[in-house]
Design a protein around this ligand. Structure first.
Ligand code: FAD
Length: 393
């Protein structure tokens, strides 16, 4: 294995997870995050069993678990009538079926757990306030350039700089994120503000014509996370744009009383456009590899974006440990991850069409959910949830 450090661009979920994975394989790592501090922005995350397994393999589960919430059940409801369409229990039987638990947390809590784990590892150097501007892979060492005119040299580069990756072009050419005709809203409020009509200890998904709503408690029961997806595109104003007052309730007319009360409860909403990445021609080139959203950003409708970045980190670290040839390791990583992440992207797109159905299609969906029961729904998620760190995929 090369003694030079690995350089990681981006200190989000994927970059920090890759740093932990590589350090566990004995490789020194230098990570560069553009923000002045590890950013505590974002929304809630569903940590499905495959994500828990990835965190365990990275040695970070113990640091993340205390801030996670154990929801009692997942409920799917009709947003118009309020009717319960499906109920999935998340207790012992679920855990036995998938070999790991299901938790919910806030992105900030996951990030904090990863940062805490990285700070305990002397092989990892964390740098903030360092904006990566380019790279050069032609010399003996790989060079990462920064916006302030400085540079760093290392064995190779992992570009984990998110959906707007500055390094993606160097690997895959120009590929722009694609709007998928949906606007997303998120809000975080204290748990005490949740109307009593809402079952606050569950993960609940409300399906409505042209929209859906997901909510659950986060941050060790202190806060309540709500995400709303509505058909229709708005101009891309980034991830941190406040939504005008009343916009969410205006765009979800005709919902049942409980849901209307919940949507009126938050003091503020943020909004951002629903975009994902089309398939890239390649994820790696020489000693440079893309990871996480930089490679395969997905719509959040299967709740797998962060979890896929964690899985990437596990597979990438394993491949690097197995060979002194970094380019070969990156190619092997790409081969193993491409099909699975593409399937998550495709099913996430399809999921919004199912959730947002109206008329006869919505009636057929509701009937299927009621008749088929939770085992059918869980069966469709097995290929995602049963992933293990040993899997080649
Ligand atoms: C509403 C919503 C709900 C979601 N729910 C889930 C869920 O339930 N489960 C799930 O698994 N996923 C979920 N996701 C997806 C998840 O948040 C992302 O897919 C995941 O964070 C990807 O991690 P990443 O490290 O690749 O990118 P990011 O987390 O975006 O991190 C990229 C980092 O790189 C930094 N950076 C960018 N450019 C530069 C540069 N030039 N130089 C240095 N640093 C740079 C950024 O500041 C950032 O810190 C959800 C997403 C949304 C929007």
């Amino acid at each position: 294995m090369n003694d030079h450090p690995m350089l990681i661009a981006g200190g989000g979920i994927g970059g920090l997870a890759a740093a932990l994975g590589l350090a566990r394989q004995g490789m020194p790592v230098r990570l560069f995050e553009q923000a002045p501090a590890f950013e505590e922005v974002g929304a809630g995350l569903q940590m499905s069993p495959n994500g828990v397994r990835a965190l365990k393999a990275l040695g970070a589960w113990e640091a993340v678990e205390p801030a996670c919430v154990i929801p009692s059940e997942i409920h799917m409801r009709d947003g118009r009538s309020g009717a319960l369409l499906q109920r999935i229990r998340l207790g012992k039987t679920f855990e036995e079926r998938f070999g790991a638990p299901y938790r919910v947390c806030h992105r900030a809590d996951l990030l904090a757990g990863l940062v805490a784990s990285a700070r305990c590892n002397f092989a990892i150097e964390l740098n903030t306030g360092r904006r990566v501007s380019g790279l050069d892979d032609s010399g003996e060492a790989t060079r990462l350039d920064f916006a302030d005119g400085t540079f760093a040299k290392g064995a190779g580069v992992i570009a984990a700089d998110g959906i707007g990756s500055a390094l993606r072009t160097a690997v895959a050419g120009e590929v722009a994120p694609t709007p998928r005709g949906v606007t997303l809203y998120r809000s975080l409020m204290p748990l005490q503000r949740v109307p009593p009509e809402i079952e606050a200890d569950c993960v609940t998904l409300w399906v409505c014509p042209g929209a859906h709503v997901v909510h659950y408690p986060v941050s060790n029961w202190r806060n309540f996370n709500i995400v709303v997806a509505v058909d229709g595109t708005l101009p891309d104003e980034g991830w941190k744009t406040p939504a005008p007052a009343g916009e969410v309730t205006r765009r979800l007319p005709g919902v049942c009383e409980e849901l209307a009360l919940l949507l009126a409860a938050p003091a503020a909403w943020m909004r951002w456009p629903g975009v994902d990445l089309p398939a890239l021609p390649r994820w790696s080139s020489g000693r440079v590899a893309l990871l996480g959203d930089a490679a395969h950003a997905t719509l959040p409708f299967l709740a797998q974006g962060a979890v896929m970045a964690l899985e990437d980190a596990v597979v990438l670290s394993r491949e690097i440990a197995g060979t002194p040839d970094l380019a070969a390791a990156f190619s092997a990583y790409e081969r193993q991850r491409r099909e699975r992440t593409a399937r998550v992207q495709e099913q996430s797109r399809r999921q919004s069409r199912i959730y947002h159905a109206s008329g006869a299609m919505a009636a057929a969906r509701n009937l299927t959910l009621r008749l088929a029961g939770p085992s059918f729904a869980l069966g469709r998620l097995e290929w995602i949830y049963r992933w293990t760190p040993e899997a080649t995929g």
